[in-house]
Design a protein around this ligand. Structure first.
Ligand code: FES
Length: 203
């Protein structure tokens, strides 16, 4: 995904362009090493919708604390994680090990995500899951100790392709191939239970 994606937020047009994505099925749990998080086909936008890059609405009500789902937007895998306070508490204390702890690289997120949780609401992380090195999808290793090679692992994401590491806000660690934090796409909340990816200021 290029930096343009952060600049293409379209005004909401609920009559034509939105698709309500029902959250009705299994969700992959966060916190267990090497968890496979399945795509939910019923949540996928139509081929036509994907082709035009339509915004994607997601019902958040069935995403339990410490769980993550994946949806597709503009051909990219977007993760939506419900971070409990337990996970949010792990976002501090390791800034010295991060390449861009303050999200200073402006192309990597909208302005609303320039904060420690890199999100609008602290608990909801909405992020492009593709590694900023060569685009692999990192594994979810949210629990301390779930990274077998690193005793001080605070929880986060590990890219198995070339071993890049990101914290639970998608901030990249120093000394890995990935050059930047994971990208935060444009998004907003329609209401407390619904997020729309691809649109800012929808509420
Ligand atoms: S693609 Fe992730 S480290 Fe290379």
């Amino acid at each position: 995904m290029s930096s343009d994606d952060n600049n293409h937020a379209q005004p909401a047009d609920p009559g034509r362009r939105r698709m309500l994505i029902g959250a009705t099925s299994a969700i992959g749990a966060v916190g267990v090493g090497f968890v496979a998080v399945p795509f939910i086909q019923s949540w996928m936008p139509s081929e036509r919708a994907k082709a035009v890059g339509a915004p994607v609405e997601v019902d958040l009500r069935t995403i339990k604390p410490d769980q993550i789902i994946k949806v597709m937007w503009r051909g990219q895998t977007i993760g939506i994680m419900n971070r409990s306070k337990r996970l949010l508490d792990r976002l501090t204390g390791h800034d010295d090990f991060l390449l861009d702890p303050a999200s200073a690289v402006v192309e990597q997120q909208p302005e609303f995500a320039v904060n420690v949780h890199r999100s609008i609401k602290p608990e909801w992380l909405v992020f492009n899951m593709h590694c900023t090195h060569l685009g692999c999808i990192p594994q979810v290793l949210a629990e301390p100790g779930s990274f077998a090679w690193e005793a001080d692992w605070p929880g986060g994401f590990f890219c198995p392709c070339h071993k890049s590491k990101f914290d639970l806000s998608g901030r990249v660690f120093k000394g890995v191939p990935a050059p930047t934090n994971l990208i935060i796409p444009p998004y907003s909340f329609i209401d407390d239970n619904t997020v729309i990816i691809g649109v800012t200021g929808a509420a």
